[in-house]
Design a protein around this ligand. Structure first.
Ligand code: TRP
Length: 332
């Protein structure tokens, strides 16, 4: 039997997820779970590299797990778990730290951005973030890492570290590839379409959160920044409208060209309401399912225990190989 490819991805439990996380990450994970061996994690260890309120972090972790399942992630088909429940992530990170260079880490785009944004707290974890992410990926002998474009540089570091380790100690890690998903890989801010839609944007009108109710969704789309023309057409000169067309296509399951045709000759007002309705129609059943799941804590806890056990078994295999290769005494 042909071996199934291993997929790894994770989302941080910090801030509310946006529709960009949904189209760019979660909906693709759902599609892949039948075909591949998937490991999907809640990256709580990454989250603490910027200051978190502990009670809120705990709450968001469980909410995110419920959201994954509500979006269609099936814990029977994949390993759905919380990063800090599997100790090998931190353990492998430590070993990789010794082959990762301070210079390359300090040049990472996200490190530079976050250092600026959190100037009062430029901690070692922030700089080490890509190494921990490499550990996440390499522990499972991952082949494909489905991520948004903003995470591509991190997957490249994971590749570099895998190759470097293999060269130093002999073949140990599989070298992973990023899988940058085209449709909806980049959904932009509704207020400044030159920026990615972000869960941490200060302008709350800029992002549609997966928890937004219908009225909020409709209102935010109504206020979305467009341009002074009146033609629903995809073009670099029309970043606002193009972004909305991309969102519509992703949530409708059609192409941008089909969306353009559908709204040919129609005004921006009508178009914006249609985008809002379409998105709200997708979100409503997810929100309902998430609420049901959160009401059943026992189920969620048991699911996470099973997920962690599944991940633990795979992670242990790689880590013990690594420990042997680097010369940690494991008995004779
Ligand atoms: N850094 C990723 C993000 O913020 C989350 C993440 C952590 C991740 N570990 C990962 C993504 C491993 C892919 C693979 O989006």
């Amino acid at each position: 039997m042909e071996e199934r490819k291993v997929i790894y991805s994770a989302v941080q439990p910090s801030g509310n997820l946006t529709i960009g996380n949904y189209t760019g990450a979660i909906s693709n994970w759902v599609r892949m779970q039948d075909e591949y061996d998937c490991f999907y994690a809640v990256a709580d260890m990454h989250a603490i590299t910027v200051r978190q309120d502990p009670a809120l972090l705990r709450k968001r972790t469980l909410e995110l797990v419920a959201l994954y399942i509500a979006c269609g992630i099936d814990p029977e088909k994949c390993a759905l778990y919380v990063q800090s429940h599997v100790p090998q992530h931190a353990e492998l990170c430590w070993v990789l730290n010794s082959i990762a260079y301070v210079g390359e880490m300090s040049r990472m785009t996200q490190f530079k951005d976050k250092s600026q944004k959190h100037a009062e707290n430029i901690n070692m974890g922030l700089m080490d973030y890509p190494v921990l992410m490499a550990a996440d990926i390499l522990l499972y002998q991952t082949q494909l890492v489905p991520v948004g474009v903003d995470q591509k540089q991190h997957v490249e570091i994971a590749r570099d570290l895998a190759v470097r380790f293999n060269n130093l100690y002999g073949e140990t890690f599989r070298v992973p590839e990023p899988l940058i998903l085209k449709t909806g890989a980049k959904i932009c801010s509704l207020q400044d379409p030159s920026k990615k839609m972000s869960k941490s944007d200060e302008n709350l009108n800029a992002s549609i959160f997966l928890t937004d109710d219908r009225d909020t969704v409709l209102r935010k789309f109504r206020r979305a920044v467009t341009d002074s023309e009146n033609e629903v057409r995809f073009s670099e000169e029309k970043p606002g409208i193009s972004n909305l067309l991309g969102i519509y296509a992703a949530f409708r399951g059609c192409t941008v060209e089909q969306a353009e045709k559908e709204f040919a000759g129609k005004g921006y007002g009508e178009f914006k309401s249609a985008v809002g309705e379409t998105v709200a129609d997708v979100l409503a059943p997810i929100q309902e399912k998430q609420a049901q799941l959160l009401a059943d804590k026992t189920y969620l806890q048991e699911t996470l225990e099973r997920g962690a056990e599944h991940a633990f078994k795979a992670a242990r295999r790689t880590l013990s190989k690594v420990y042997r290769k680097v010369g940690f005494y494991r008995g004779d």
